[in-house]
Design a protein around this ligand. Structure first.
Ligand code: DQA
Length: 140
C-alpha cells in the first residue's frame, strides 16, 4: 500500500518553530517512527513552502497512491486551488493539523480542504498523522 504525506509551508521547521504549539520533533524523525509502526506501507513524503508545488505533487501522486495525508498548513485557510486539486484526484485525502485550528485565531477556522477531504483531524499533535494513516490502511 502506498501513502503520500504532503506537508505545506513552514512545516519544514517543525521542532524549531513555535514549539509550544507544534512540539519539539522534526517531521523527518517522526516519519521514521511512522515507518516502523506501518512496515508494510510504502511512504512518499513531500514538503514545500510553495502553493503551486503542493498542487503539482497532489496531482502527481493523486492517481497512483492509495491515500494522501495532507497538512496544507497556512494554505488551508486561503487556497481554493488546493481544495480544487483534492477534488480532481482519485486518492482519498485526510486533512491533518497538528494544532487545534478551531481553538486558535478566527482565520484558521476556515478550511478550503475539509469539504473536499474524506475526513479531517486536528489538535492531536503529530499523532494525527498516525491516526490518518490507520484510517487509510483500514480502507483496503
Ligand atoms: C497547521 C495549522 C495552520 O493554521 C498553520 O498555518 C500551520 C500549521 C497545523 O498543523 O496545526 O502552519 O496546519
Amino acid at each position: 500500500m502506498k501513502i503520500a504525506i504532503i506537508n505545506g509551508p513552514n512545516l519544514n521547521l517543525l521542532g524549531k518553530r513555535e514549539t509550544d504549539i507544534y512540539g519539539n520533533q522534526p517531521f523527518e524523525k517522526y516519519l521514521d517512527e511512522l515507518k516502523s509502526v506501518f512496515p508494510s506501507v510504502e511512504f512518499h513524503y513531500y514538503q514545500s513552502n510553495v502553493e503551486g508545488e503542493l498542487i503539482n505533487e497532489i496531482q502527481k501522486v493523486g492517481f497512483t497512491v492509495d491515500g494522501i495525508v495532507l497538512n496544507p498548513a497556512g494554505y488551508t485557510h486561503t487556497s481554493v486551488a488546493i481544495g480544487d486539486a483534492i477534488a480532481a484526484i482519485k486518492a482519498p485525502v485526510v486533512e491533518v493539523h497538528i494544532s487545534n485550528v478551531h481553538s486558535r485565531e478566527k482565520f484558521r477556522h476556515l478550511s478550503h480542504v475539509s469539504g473536499k477531504s474524506a475526513g479531517s483531524i486536528f489538535g492531536l499533535g503529530l499523532k494525527g498523522y498516525e491516526l490518518a494513516i490507520r484510517w487509510l490502511t483500514d480502507q483496503r
